[in-house]
Design a protein around this ligand. Structure first.
Ligand code: HEC
Ligand code: HEC
Ligand code: HEC
Length: 131
């Protein structure tokens, strides 16, 4: 059985490779850590229940955009009777005023890059560039 060493060596390398994500996370101390988006300190309630926002904020934003741009409707009546203007920067980022530590943390974690900011303004970015 000349090949025994070779086989077990190969098996070892294989095991290291398939378990890489596990021990890499352990070594980096990142096991089970989520994106930890930073919530607004001064506010308690979003424009919809938190669970809904978590799963459906993308759809909501597209609906908002369509209603504003195509139907010239600007007011959103929330589940709790409050009303909001349907605006990405003016409404969402008014409460979530730190896009980098809120929206971006989740999106980087999930590997999505919404293209909205090519046109819409991140107020923090404006301040940094002095505009
Ligand atoms: C090519 C430029 C461009 C891109 C990219 C873009 N938008 Fe817009 N968006 C506009 C313009 C122009 C308006 C109209 C502004 C108005 O009428 O007040 C608008 C309006 C909106 C509105 C309603 C008004 C407001 O002030 O927010 C929402 C909500 C919105 N867009 C969401 C999005 C989302 C979400 C994305 C990314 C998925 C996105 N937009 C990407 C140009 C863009
Ligand atoms: C009036 C202030 C306010 C506005 C406006 C607002 N939010 Fe929120 N949002 C909050 C608060 C406060 C929470 C956390 C609620 C909680 O702790 O359960 C939250 C939670 C969320 C969450 C879930 C975060 C998590 O931890 O899973 C998402 C996603 C979100 N908001 C996106 C948006 C988007 C997109 C908009 C615009 C369409 C928006 N929010 C508008 C205050 C606001
Ligand atoms: C709790 C985590 C979380 C937070 C906080 C969050 N998002 Fe998202 N967002 C996601 C995930 C996950 C996706 C991808 C969903 C999918 O692909 O089905 C996404 C997708 C989107 C999309 C669609 C992008 C695309 O290319 O499909 C938009 C627009 C968006 N988010 C806007 C925002 C804005 C604006 C904020 C901050 C006000 C925000 N999100 C905060 C998790 C989050």
């Amino acid at each position: 059985m000349r090949d025994k060493g070779l086989i077990f060596g190969g098996l070892g390398i294989f095991l290291v490779a398939v378990t890489f994500p596990v021990w890499y996370n352990v070594a980096a101390g990142t096991t089970n850590k989520g994106p930890e988006p930073k919530l607004p300190a001064a506010e308690k309630q979003c424009v919809a229940p938190t669970e809904t926002m978590r799963t459906s904020h993308m759809d909501m934003l597209i609906t908002w955009r369509d209603q504003v741009v195509r139907q010239n409707r600007r007011e959103y009546k929330a589940f709790n009777g409050a009303t909001y203007e349907m605006r990405l920067t003016g409404t969402c980022l008014k409460c979530h005023d730190n896009k980098a530590e809120f929206c971006d943390r989740c999106h980087n974690y999930a590997g999505v890059q919404p293209y909205c900011w090519e046109c819409h303004v991140d107020p923090a970015h404006l301040q940094r560039s002095g505009g």
